[in-house]
Design a protein around this ligand. Structure first.
Ligand SMILES: C[S@@+](CC[C@H](N)C(=O)[O-])C[C@H]1O[C@@H](n2cnc3c(N)ncnc32)[C@H](O)[C@@H]1O
Length: 193
């Protein structure tokens, strides 16, 4: 969390311009019009703002005080500073969007977080989550620890957390702000009906 607190403005500037159009389309296609979305680990608030502008009702939180503050400024939402591990589920959301955020949850804590998200979805609600692709975990030059996933490992985790259908578990290619290639695993997982 220290990295995000200390580099919040710079991080927001780097990530606000990233286009998520393809992922938005796949996720929003599964939701009712004007449905209720939780942006979990919202960072700059880029995606929460997009959902708001497109007529959805949005909640957002982030584990970093500074990121939550910036996201609040950008979106006008009351963005809470909250860690995934402290999140208490309420079955009110049509969709949960966790883009590149659960990747900071250690493997041994991920099951409980995914299960809490599943309990926060209405019947047949959708979780979108994404991780860096990898068989091994990694640490970057800033000291950030990443829990990495293969498609198979993520599918197994989502099934174990009670998601009855997993869709579009697919590799996505992108480029880091520094220009290096980066593979991602993105998943849409559906809560039971
Ligand atoms: C790689 S950034 C992604 C931010 C945003 N979702 C996006 O796509 O731009 C990871 C975000 O997760 C937040 N985060 C890291 N660990 C967290 C935790 N345990 N609980 C809640 N948020 C966390 C960080 O503060 C950061 O904003």
């Amino acid at each position: 969390m220290q990295y995000y607190n200390e580099n919040a403005v710079e991080y927001a500037e780097k990530t606000l311009p990233i286009s998520m159009t393809e992922q938005y389309e796949k996720f929003l296609r599964t939701l009712p019009q004007n449905g209720f979305i939780l942006d979990a680990g919202c960072g700059s608030g880029r995606d929460a703002l997009y959902f708001l502008k497109n007529g959805y009702k949005v909640d957002a939180f982030d584990g970093s005080d500074e990121m939550a503050r910036l996201a609040g400024q950008l979106t006008g939402l009351n963005v809470k500073c909250l860690r995934f591990q402290e999140y208490t589920p309420r079955p009110i959301y049509d969709g949960i969007w966790a883009n590149a955020s659960l990747l900071h949850v250690p493997h041994e804590e991920l099951h409980d977080v995914l299960a809490a998200f599943r309990k926060s979805l209405k019947p047949c609600g959708t979780l979108y989550c994404s991780f860096k692709y990898g068989k091994e975990d990694s640490v970057d030059a800033h000291g950030r620890c990443f829990t990495n996933k293969t498609c198979e490992a993520l599918d197994k985790d989502l099934a174990a957390a009670g998601f009855t259908a997993r869709r579009s578990i697919a590799l996505q290619k992108s480029t880091t702000p520094e220009g290096a290639p980066q593979d991602w695993v993105g998943a849409l997982a559906i809560a039971p009906d």
